[in-house]
Design a protein around this ligand. Structure first.
Ligand code: PLP
Length: 385
C-alpha cells in the first residue's frame, strides 16, 4: 500500500512512542498528585511544555495542551472572542477566512448563533490565497479576533500569515492561526510570524491522535471552555494527557530539527508528482497555489469523474488518498473550500487529495501517478455518457 493521506493523519514516530511509553506504564502518575509518582508526571509535562515552547519560540506558560487541533481551534476562537468581549462589550465581530477548517468555522458560527457575534468572512482568490487588502477590507473597530489558517488541509495553499497578522496588529486585533497542517512542514516561530494564538495537532506530525497545543501570547485572556480543577493555568481543566504531551513535544522537536531539508526535498517530489499527474491526465486541474503550498499536498480535480470513484479505484491499485478532507468525509456535498475558490460544484465533486509523510519516495509517487492515470481512465469508461 502506498499511503498518500498524511494530511488526514500520520503514524506515530518511533521516538515519540518511546518517549511517551513510560507515562502509559510505570510512570503513570497524575501531575496534580503530591507524591513522587505525581511529581514525575508533572516534571515530564513541564519538560514537554518547554520542548514545545522552544520550537514555537515562546514561553512555556504560553503553551496549553489540548485534546487536539479541534479543541485548540475552539479554545482560540471562542475563548479569545468571549474574553475580549467581556472586557469591552463593543467587541462583537470575528473574522475568519472562507476556507477555514470546520473547527474554526463552526466555532465562529457558534459565537454568532449563541452569543450574538457577527462573523465576517474574508474571501480567497482562485488559488486559495487571502490577500492583505481583503483582510483590511473587513477589519472594523469592533472586531474581537481574526482567525486565518496557516496552510489549508484540502488544497495545501500557505497563507502570508506574517503579513496578515501585521495588518491585524495595526487594528489591535489578536490574530489566531490554525497551524495544524503547517506545523510539521513550515516554521512555527510565533515571534517571527507575529501571531497571538496558534493551534497545533499531534497526529498530523507523528504524535498520537488526541494531543494538541494552543499557543496564546502573554497576557492575552482566554475564556476557558472546559471548567474544573484549573489545570493548564485555568485555561483547560482536566487531568492532563501526559503521555500525549510528551509525544507531541518529541515529534514536534524532531520534525523541526530537519524541517527545512525535509520541506525542500519533499517539495521537489511533490512537484514531480504534480507534473506527472498533469501529463497523465491532461484535463486534470491542480487546485490551490502552484508554489505557495505545503510540500506535502498535491490536490486535483479530474473532470468527468467522481472523486469518490477515483479514490476507490486508486485503493484497488494500492494507493490510499482522500477525496476531500477526512473531516468532511461521509458527506456528498462539494467541498466548501473548493467552492470558495470559484470551482463549479460538479467539478469540486471530482477532487482528490494526495498528501505525503516525509518518508515518501519518488518511486512511490511514480507508481501513484501511473495509478491515477489508470483509475481516472477506468472511472471515465464506467461513467454514463
Ligand atoms: N485544523 C485543520 C487545518 C485540520 O486539517 C484538522 C484535521 O484534519 C484540524 C484542525 C483538527 O485537528 P484534530 O484532528 O487534531 O482535531
Amino acid at each position: 500500500m502506498i499511503f498518500l493521506d498524511a494530511a488526514a493523519t500520520t503514524p506515530i514516530r518511533r521516538e515519540a512512542l518511546d518517549a511517551m511509553w513510560p507515562y502509559l506504564s510505570g510512570e503513570f502518575g497524575n501531575p496534580s498528585s503530591h507524591h513522587s509518582l505525581g511529581e514525575a508526571a508533572a516534571t515530564a509535562l513541564a519538560e514537554a511544555r518547554t520542548g514545545v515552547a522552544k520550537v514555537l519560540n515562546c514561553r512555556a506558560g504560553e503553551v496549553t495542551f489540548t485534546s487536539g487541533g479541534t479543541e485548540a481551534d475552539n479554545l482560540a476562537v471562542k475563548g479569545i472572542a468571549l474574553a475580549r468581549r467581556a472586557t469591552d462589550p463593543s467587541l462583537s465581530r470575528v473574522v475568519i477566512s472562507a476556507i477555514e477548517h470546520p473547527a474554526v468555522e463552526e466555532s465562529a458560527r457558534y459565537l454568532q448563533r449563541v452569543h450574538g457575534f457577527d462573523v465576517d468572512v474574508v474571501p480567497v482568490d482562485s488559488e486559495g490565497m487571502v490577500t492583505v487588502a481583503a483582510l483590511r477590507a473587513v477589519l472594523r473597530p469592533d472586531t474581537a479576533l481574526v482567525s486565518i489558517m496557516y496552510a489549508n488541509n484540502e488544497i495545501g495553499t500557505v497563507q502570508p500569515v506574517a503579513e496578515l497578522a501585521a495588518v491585524a496588529r495595526e487594528y489591535n486585533v489578536p490574530f489566531h492561526t490554525d497551524a495544524v497542517q503547517a506545523a510539521g512542514w513550515l516554521p512555527v516561530d510565533v515571534k517571527a510570524l507575529g501571531v497571538d494564538a496558534m493551534s497545533i495537532s499531534g497526529h498530523k506530525l507523528g504524535a498520537p491522535k488526541g494531543s494538541g497545543v494552543l499557543f496564546t501570547r502573554g497576557r492575552l485572556r482566554v475564556e476557558p471552555l472546559v471548567h474544573g480543577g484549573g489545570q493548564e493555568r485555568g485555561r483547560r481543566s482536566g487531568t492532563e494527557n501526559v503521555a500525549g504531551a510528551v509525544a507531541l513535544s518529541s515529534a514536534l522537536r524532531l520534525s523541526h530539527a530537519d524541517q527545512q531539508e525535509q520541506a525542500a526535498r519533499v517539495s521537489v517530489l511533490r512537484d514531480g508528482f504534480i507534473n506527472r499527474v498533469l501529463q497523465a491526465v491532461p484535463d486534470s486541474m491542480l487546485t490551490g497555489h502552484r508554489s505557495l503550498r505545503l510540500p506535502s499536498v498535491a490536490s486535483f480535480c479530474f473532470p468527468g469523474t467522481s472523486g469518490e470513484s477515483v479514490l476507490l479505484e486508486l485503493e484497488r491499485l494500492g494507493v490510499v488518498c482522500s477525496s476531500g478532507s477526512a473531516c468532511a468525509a461521509g458527506s456528498d456535498a462539494p467541498s466548501p473550500v473548493l467552492l470558495a475558490l470559484g470551482i463549479a460544484p460538479e467539478t469540486a465533486q471530482t477532487a482528490v487529495r494526495f498528501s505525503f509523510t516525509s518518508a515518501v519516495t519518488d518511486a512511490e509517487l511514480e507508481q501513484a501517478a501511473a495509478a491515477v492515470e489508470t483509475a481516472v481512465g477506468r472511472v471515465r469508461k464506467l461513467a454514463p455518457q
